[in-house]
Design a protein around this ligand. Structure first.
Ligand code: NAD
Length: 401
């Protein structure tokens, strides 16, 4: 069993999220050997900025570096499938950003290849790793709120509100056929499947493009950038700005979620409420250290994240004592702790506590059903094919009451 400080990693992409990966790896003492950028020049500039010792000029060069045990894929979506295939073929463990691939056929292939390789495979659904979301999983699957009946919520951002806002996610060839749903809806849908331990079986979706033409800047734009380019070209947009989706779960529960990249003032607002037969739980990503517990016959409660007041999974994900707020970047630390425990053992454990490619693929299947439902205007089943997805989805530790 190797300690993370004896493990070498490399990161593909050094934009918004690649930087967060590198910082979280360093918190564990993982040796970040180098990074790969979109061009050798951009990669070298990022390596200097981030203090990373080497900028690889190609994926071939990266994979020839025998000191690299794990590769983190944080490039734009269209590169995930070809890059992950090459990484697995080279016998390395992989942590891939969401969405796992551009299509469910691609993600199914990656599930098979990862299983054949025997390597650790993880999808970066980091929101599960807010400690209170691990705790909610333990509470719900442990029966604290009885039978899950209704799940509701939203994921709202505002960074694509204006027709001058631009990012590679707006190009279907780079981001995928689903935009708001693929980019942020995927997090909400995965989180709900995780916290409830229930798979989504049917969807009824209404996707809308409110801004059918946008001004694309002449040069590249990094995610969440606020700089405006003077020179632009008008581009037609076919992917959704917003989505409203009705959900049916495998136990008969119902759900509803609204997803938007056009909600002024909402920078990164993910909320959910799970209503059960004996109680309810609600969480808001912009107040991530607070869990609302709804009671019928007693006063409602607010649990302030506190390792001493959570079950094993919540405790394992928590780092700081209560009252010292843990946020977005801390979820990467917690998720990587779970992943690198398996990397240290050189193979996935029987019941990985982190989201695997199988769960990344399941999210792609839900996305396909959302797209088909909106296109056809009817309820649509999630078609789960021959690739088996483990259920229920496991938390970090054992189950608490
Ligand atoms: N888990 C999360 O919370 C989360 C948050 C943001 C983004 N993401 C995901 O991370 C990925 C990257 O998103 P981002 O917001 O960081 O985008 P970004 O545009 O900020 O960064 C993308 C990076 O990839 C690099 N790149 C482009 N082409 C490349 C190539 N051929 N080889 C190597 N690198 C290349 C770019 O230079 C840039 O550094 C996406 O798949 C996105 O869905 C996940």
């Amino acid at each position: 069993m190797r300690h993370p400080s004896e493990i070498g990693a490399a990161v593909i992409g050094s934009g918004f999220i690649g930087t967060v990966h590198i910082e979280a790896l360093r918190r564990h003492g993982v040796q970040v050997r180098g990074l790969l950028g979109s061009t050798p020049e951009r990669g070298a500039a990022s390596a200097r900025r981030l203090g990373v010792p080497h900028a690889y000029v190609s994926l071939d060069e990266l994979l020839a570096d025998e000191r690299v045990d794990v590769v983190h894929v944080t490039s734009p979506n269209h590169l995930h499938h070809p890059q992950v295939k090459q990484i697995l073929a080279a016998g390395r463990h992989v942590v891939c950003e969401k969405p796992l691939a551009m299509t469910a056929d691609e993600s199914a292939e990656l599930v098979r290849l990862a299983a054949d390789s025997g390597r650790v495979n993880a999808v970066n659904f980091n929101i599960r790793f807010y400690p209170l979301n691990q705790h909610v999983h333990e509470l719900v699957t442990g029966g604290r709120i009885g039978d899950v009946r209704l799940v509701s919520g939203h994921y709202f951002q505002d960074w694509l509100l204006l027709d001058t806002d631009w990012n590679w996610r707006l190009e279907p060839d780079l981001g995928g056929a689903l935009r708001a749903v693929g980019d942020i809806g995927s997090h909400w849908l995965d989180l709900i499947a995780f916290t409830t331990g229930l798979r989504i079986t049917e969807v009824m979706a209404d996707l809308t493009t409110f801004i059918p033409a946008r001004q694309q800047p002449a040069g590249p734009v990094e995610t969440f950038s606020t700089e405006r380019s003077a020179e632009t070209v008008v581009r037609e947009i076919g992917t959704e700005d917003t989505a409203v989706i009705l959900l049916r779960f495998e136990n008969g529960a119902r759900g509803t979620v609204a997803i938007s990249q056009l909600s002024a003032g909402r920078k990164n607002s993910l909320e959910y409420e799970i209503d059960g037969s004996t109680g309810a739980l609600a969480w808001d990503s912009e107040q991530p250290d607070q869990l609302w517990i709804g009671n019928r016959e007693a006063p409602n409660e607010i649990l302030i994240r506190n390792p001493a007041l959570m079950g094993a999974a919540g405790q394992a994900a928590a780092y700081l004592p209560g009252g010292h707020v843990e946020g977005f970047a801390d979820t990467f630390r917690a998720l990587f702790a779970a992943i690198y425990a398996d990397v240290g053992a050189s193979a996935p454990s029987e019941r990985p506590t982190y989201p695997t490619f199988a769960e990344g693929h399941d999210e792609m299947l839900v996305g396909d059903a959302v797209a088909a439902s909106s296109r056809d205007g009817r309820w649509t089943r999630v078609e789960r094919g021959p690739v088996a997805v483990p259920t229920p989805i496991h938390a970090v530790g054992g189950s608490a009451g």
